[in-house]
Design a protein around this ligand. Structure first.
Ligand code: CDV
Length: 308
């Protein structure tokens, strides 16, 4: 048995006015709870250190850059890294990254149990739009503030497991899981910020949003025989509701832990990485069963082309 006790640290809302320090204090409280529960890995949401600022239209680049981190760890997050090192708990969280050469990414990092950053992933699938959209009930300006990630979907070996990351919208795309599946992924960790209502269709509310989120993660888990840990930032943020629905999914696609609230809440599960072996050696033994001669369009064409 290769067991990792994982804490999915769902976070309640971060208001615009909240300081990084106040938010990190809440992350620390979740970390302490995770330590008491025996976790060796704690996963926090996408853009964990700030409000989900892409809902706000900004023209002043200095204002935009105020939501980004230029180094990690930094003064605000160092207490989290220090405490994680003391407790021997690996952490993973999302933040807006501004690189030394001026690139803007929606990023997630993963540490080892000594708080060294061992992995960095930059979000591939950026939803939304880049200009103010008068047709929407609220804005989703990820395409304005971020560049598409340049990392692809690598995996890393840590805690005796093959681990990969994705961020929010990536979880809806089977390609994200499969590229990692082809590298033997056993654990996918991801954070998200998903509005409770569709900005382009007010009839699409929380029930359907939660269903699609869970459907995506359970399918990704099953079809690649991997654990998936999906962690929300939830609740009323700046007057805009974000859905919760954090889950831990086993390699059979079963939800084994589920958030009950839309606030700060820790889900804990002892995840046996060996549970992914059976699926990988049988129905999803890619080497024996995949027919790549028929999959070319997936990697050569982006949009739909109807030829009939
Ligand atoms: N942060 C996100 O990527 N949110 C998207 C919303 C806009 C649909 C998501 O896929 O949850």
């Amino acid at each position: 048995m290769r067991e990792i006790v994982i804490g999915a640290a769902q976070m309640g809302p971060n208001q615009k006015a909240d300081s990084r320090e106040a938010i990190v204090a809440r992350m620390l409280a979740l970390l302490e709870e995770a330590a008491r529960a025996g976790c060796t890995l704690v996963v926090y949401p996408e853009l964990a250190l700030t409000t989900f600022f892409p809902r706000w239209y900004m023209e002043d680049q200095a204002e935009v850059d105020g939501w980004f981190e230029t180094e990690m760890p930094n003064a605000a997050t160092r207490p989290l890294f220090d405490r994680a090192r003391d407790l021997g708990i690996a952490i993973s969280f999302g933040y807006a990254e501004l690189t030394p050469d001026g690139h803007h990414f929606n990023t997630q990092i993963l540490t080892d149990r000594q708080a060294n950053i061992i992995a960095k992933y930059r979000k591939t699938h950026l939803p939304g739009h880049s200009e103010y959209d008068t047709e929407r009930a609220f804005q989703h300006l990820e395409k304005r503030y971020f560049e598409p990630g340049d990392t692809g979907f690598p995996v890393w070996r840590t805690q005796d497991a093959v681990v990969g990351m994705m961020i929010c919208n990536d979880r809806r795309w089977p390609e994200s899981y499969r590229v990692m599946g082809l590298q033997g992924v056993e654990l996918v960790i991801l954070g998200y910020n998903t509005p409770s209502v569709n900005s382009q269709d007010s009839r699409e509310g929380e029930d359907k949003r939660l269903y699609h989120s869970e459907l995506s993660m359970t399918a990704g888990a099953y079809q690649n025989a991997t654990w998936v840990v999906g962690v929300a930032k939830a609740g009323d943020e700046d007057g805009h509701p974000l859905m919760g629905g954090s889950i831990i999914v086993d390699p059979n696609g079963y939800v084994v832990e589920r958030a009950k609230t839309t606030g700060d809440e820790l889900l804990v599960h002892a995840c046996d990485m060996d549970l992914s072996v059976f699926g990988k050696e049988t129905i999803f033994d890619f080497k024996r069963h995949r027919r790549i001669e028929h999959y070319g369009l997936i990697a050569s064409q982006t949009g739909v082309v109807v030829k009939v």
